[in-house]
Design a protein around this ligand. Structure first.
Ligand SMILES: [Zn+2]
Length: 266
């Protein structure tokens, strides 16, 4: 039994001798110089709801074909599960686009929030009735702040899954308090005084055409073709925009208030 014992000792000997060990890589790795010109790979923070309880969410995100960097539970006190290292990509965004950047798994941090999501009636209509828990929102704000500061994520790049994939996704849904995040300096908001003024003007002068809505949705980050038509993609994208900035009504129809908010959004 001499040979196995010798083999089991060999890695320890390598670790101890380091440079002297010739059985590992055929080069010397020198980490004593660090380049000044570098930044984080993380450009975006994407928020989701799980549409399922904690046990199921841990099962799906931990063992399934999707994942997220963080999972925020709905218990007291709130626990945040770190499922994927921030230096690695989690599989949460799917086919996605924001400001022309696509496939955002590579450049984002994904946060899943335990929440039931919408109820569906017998006609297939969805409604969101369950508010986010206050402690959970406070945890999300603290978590987003920490990530945004460490990676230098711009406010306009703190988004919902519905923003980056409006044709497929509706999470984190119309009950997610984007305004509170913006008030905490996290995420973008519009100039409300300017929006009030603009709304009066649109009410008086009539709505801009669909091409104007499309141009402005594209200007503020959404991926959309400028067809000039109120097609399905435009309705879904308008709905995603409304869910984020005017959640009282997100029917995907152009209206004066939506136009005003859109124009007042930097
Ligand atoms: Zn999602």
């Amino acid at each position: 039994m001499k040979t196995p014992r010798l083999l089991s000792v060999l890695p320890l000997a390598c670790a101890a001798l380091l440079a002297g060990c010739t059985t590992s890589k055929p080069y010397v790795l020198d980490t004593s110089h660090t380049a000044v010109s570098q930044d984080s790979r993380v450009r975006f923070i994407v928020l989701h709801y799980t549409a399922g309880d904690l046990d199921r969410s841990l099962q799906v995100l931990g063992r399934g074909r999707v994942s997220s960097h963080y999972l925020v539970d709905d218990k007291q006190p709130v626990t945040v599960y770190a499922l994927v290292d921030e230096n690695r990509a989690a599989w949460h965004a799917g086919v996605s686009s924001w400001y022309g950047q696509t496939a955002l798994n590579a450049s984002s941090i994904g946060i899943e929030i335990v929440h039931d999501g919408p109820q569906e009636d017998r006609y297939g209509n969805l409604s969101w009735a369950q508010p986010y828990d206050e402690a959970q929102i406070q945890a999300v704000i603290a978590l987003v702040r920490d990530i945004a500061q460490r990676h230098g994520v711009a406010p306009r790049n703190i988004v919902g899954h519905s923003d980056i994939a409006p044709l497929r996704k509706q999470d984190p849904g119309p009950l997610f308090p984007w305004k509170r995040l913006a008030d905490a300096g996290l995420g973008r908001w519009y100039d409300e005084a300017q929006a009030t003024h603009l709304r009066q003007r649109f009410d008086k002068q009539g709505l801009p055409d669909i091409g104007w809505f499309q141009d402005n949705l594209i200007r503020v980050g959404y991926a959309l073709d400028r067809t000039g038509l109120l097609d399905n993609a435009t309705r879904r994208t308008l709905s995603a925009f409304q869910m984020h900035y005017r959640p009282a009504r997100f029917d995907g129809q152009p209206d004066a208030e939506t136009a005003a908010i859109l124009q007042a959004l930097p």
